[in-house]
Every structure is written in C-alpha cells, then in structure tokens.
Design a protein around this ligand. Structure first.
Ligand SMILES: [Zn+2]
Ligand SMILES: [Zn+2]
Length: 277
C-alpha cells in the first residue's frame, strides 16, 4: 500500500540529525520522524513520533539500536496524524515492540479502518510532488486495539514536560507537540520549511517557510488559525515533518511572515479544498 516512487527516493537519501541532546530527527527525504528521549538516562523513557514510510522501519530500528542499545523499545508511538508518510511503519513497529500508539481522538477513525482521507488534490500546484500526490495512499490503516486517544489533559505519554496541541486544518485531528521548558515545537504538518509541493525543493531541502502540504490540506481557515496559535507559543526551535529544523531570529521572522501573509504563502490559488472568498 506504499508508494514505490516515493519510497525509492527516500531510501537512497535517508539520514539522521541530532537536533537537541534528546531529539534525533530521522530524515526520509520526503518526510521526517523523531526519536525523543535522552540516550544517557539508560534508555528508560523514549518515544517515536511518527513512523515515516512503509520501508522506513529498518532505518528506525538501526537508529534505535545505535542510540539506546539492542532490544530497547519505546514507551509509545505518537502519531501527529494518519497520513501515509507518517504511519508507514506503524503497524510493523507497534507489533514488534508491543506498545500503544497515541493519536488525537478525531484522528482515530483514520487509523482504525473506519474512515478514509480524501484523495490528494493535484491541481493545487504545478510542482512534481503535487502532480504525483493522487498516487499517494489515502485509505485508512487499521492498527486496531493499539490505537489510543491522547490524554485530554494535554500530556503526552512517554514525553514528560511536553504538551500536545490540537492544530487542525491539514487534517481534523492533527496535533503538534510543544515543550515549554526550552520552547521546542514538533510542528508536524501544521506548517513546513520546504515547498513540499515541489520535488526540487524537497530534494534540495532549500529552507523556505510554507503552509501545510497543500495537496492534502482540507480546511484552510482552520489551518490558518492553527499557525497563529503556534506562532503565539513563541517557539525557539521548530522541527517540521517536511523540511529542515529552523530556530531563533530566523524562525521568528519566517513565522511572523507566514502569519501575516497566510493567504499568499500557504493557500493555493485553486483546488478542491480551496474556498476563495
Ligand atoms: Zn500530512
Ligand atoms: Zn506530512
């Protein structure tokens, strides 16, 4: 059910990057996932945030072994939402590790086989990835009893000090993760730092703040409200699911620009999910 072209592209360029002492970003070119937890603490508490593509499992397992030792397993997998490039390895890994998978309540139908996402919309952009997007899997996966709703108090299992923040728009139950202490934000797909619709931008990872990946975003008003909410958190470091991490003054400048010009920067000129007033 994966996408062979995307998986092929990903496999030849996969890498990882330690962004803070306790956050390892796994970069599958077309999408990122994160391992969150301090290696020095004896591998007692760590989680995997999102799971990349269907062929990402081996790289994830190798990275885990290097970081925490053989046979280490996380307390949980946290899904920011259920799109194919975030849930690709979740069935394999959650079964292997025998652990729960947390997602927002509104995202549950999409990971328990009850509801499909709409087919991606290729008309939002002339970029290659947008044109390829209707071949992306959009039907829901089913992880059955392993799927658990995130706690309603905002806490994130296995990630002490972090809060989940509901940031709908890209999908109904999309969440971002925020740590107040150092203002680190795992933004997922609420916004990106690469023009995800364009293959050239994705391959070169040229830094450029942008809205959520347009071909899959269904509610632009909610998406705009979510970006504002995230800007108001005043993050010091943002790790997106698409693109490179961004921090400090550069981040602040880019985020303010995105909020002030959301229509121009993020919302496509046309598309099935666009309601131009
Ligand atoms: Zn997505
Ligand atoms: Zn994504």
């Amino acid at each position: 059910m994966g996408n062979k072209l995307v998986e092929g592209l990903s496999a030849i360029t996969t890498s990882s990057q330690e962004v803070t002492p306790d956050i390892l970003v796994l970069q599958f070119t077309i999408v990122n996932a994160c391992i969150v937890g301090e290696p020095a603490t004896g591998a007692s508490e760590w989680v995997l945030v999102d799971t990349g593509l269907e062929n990402s499992a081996n790289f994830i397992l190798q990275s885990v072994e290097k970081r925490f030792g053989k046979d280490s397993r996380p307390q949980a997998i946290i899904l920011t939402h259920g799109h194919f490039d975030h849930v690709g390895s979740v069935i394999k890994l959650s079964n292997l590790w025998d652990i729960p998978v947390y997602a927002h309540e509104l995202e549950m139908p999409y990971i328990t086989g009850k509801k499909d996402y709409p087919l991606a919309d290729p008309t939002v952009s002339s970029g290659m990835v947008a044109k390829m997007s209707p071949t992306f899997p959009h039907t829901s996966i089913d992880i059955g009893y392993r799927a658990v709703a995130l706690p309603s108090d905002g806490s994130v299992p296995g990630m002490s000090g972090w809060k989940w923040i509901h940031t709908p728009g890209h999908t109904e139950g999309h969440v971002s993760l925020f740590r107040e202490k150092d203002r680190v934000l795992l933004v997922a797909d609420a916004f990106t730092t690469v023009k995800q619709e364009s293959l050239m931008s994705v391959l070169t990872q040229s830094e450029q703040i942008s809205g959520p990946p347009a071909y899959l975003t269904t509610d632009w008003q909610a998406a705009e409200d979510s970006v504002k909410r995230l800007r108001d958190l005043q993050p010091s470091l943002v790790i997106p699911s698409h693109g490179q991490p961004m921090k400090g003054e550069e981040l602040k400048r880019h985020l303010d620009m995105l909020v002030s010009n959301f229509d121009e920067i993020a919302v496509p000129e046309q598309g099935r999910f666009v309601d131009r007033k």
